[in-house]
Design a protein around this ligand. Sequence first.
Ligand code: ATP
Ligand code: MG
Length: 395
Amino acid sequence: MDKEKNTFIVRCGEVALKGMNKPYFERVLLERIRKNLKKYEGIEAQRREGLIFVKAPAAYGKETVARDISRVFGVASVSHAVETESDLDAIYSTAAEYMNELIRERQIRTFKVEAKRADKTFPVESPDIARRVGGEVLKRCGVLQVDVHHPDCILYVNVRHGQTYIYADKMKGFGGLPLGTNGKGMILLSGGIDSPVAAWMMAKRGMLIEAVHFHSYPYTSERAREKVYDLVRILASYCGRIRVHSVNLLDIQQAIGENCPEDEMTILSRRFMMMIAERIAEANRCDMLITGENIGQVASQTAQGLVVTDNAVSMPVMRPLIALDKVDIMDIARDIGTYETSIRPFEDCCTVFLPKHPVTKPKLSRILESESALDKEALIEKALKTQETVTISPE
Ligand code: ATP
Ligand code: MG
């Protein structure tokens, strides 16, 4: 057993179903694991027989490394494993040593063994390996009993060519597809609960993410923008570095306020956000826009509201949250770690100019007419000049 390094077995999720393209997806996944875990010096990742093996210096806690591996999109599950040669005596003593460690760490009292013989030249068949290892562990770890129905712990023995891996836990990953296998999307990122979840969901399907945020400085504070950057930092722990563009929307909001009906403020500014985001997306070679919109949630997200917003751009707009319930979105936000930051109370540019009674069933023709009172192109150009871009790395 290599005491200097911890070994992790990584199982691929959907990547494994990719048929002819499987080697490509596996290669990208391997690269992603290496990239996302770069902060662990001396880490190695390799692909062998449909699994990915990661080795990290033991100085880094195994829980922390396993958690970071589980966050890489495309990973179905990960286990910390101990490794020995594929020889029965070596397997017995490694299994017993590993089990003794678990007994010390977690007061395990009952167990069962599941064995798998990937190396068909190994002289003992799987059920027999399980029986023999179970017997030896019982003999060598005094306090244990076998319980095949509800064991405290399942000891997995995976016999491969030359090497055998022994492990007890599978930490579930998020699944999905490796980042970079599905183009690039520009998320319209507010400081709210929904848009970070929307970005995360698209990234989970392999899409690289870039973000645009609109503010109304000085009506919105610098701290409101910091909150958005904090959200991006959390997203970056899944996606790697993310570029964020901030744009000041204040002149546009004031122009709408002066020239258009008050109840159309939200829907009109939403159209401008889409148009500006589309320009920035094109300039940065993004394939589509992403929003956290969700049908029926607020006045501007009724069916009619969405039709009017959608009409502002020709680039496809992904709305991964469209049919989810708010409670389910909140659950995902908690799971991925953005919730606590999203609920920090800072003003958003939309709330600064919130009309008293926003239109809930806007008619496209009327909205277009209101919009024609504005010099759209000049306003967009001017807003684009306020653009500031930063690159945010994971912590
Ligand atoms: P969120 O929780 O994402 O803020 P929301 O439920 O508050 O969403 P709205 O405020 O109506 O909904 O915004 C709908 C979508 O428009 C957001 O999910 C986001 O994609 C985009 N959006 C809203 N405000 C901004 C902003 N200030 N900057 C960038 N995008 C925004
Ligand atoms: Mg919002």
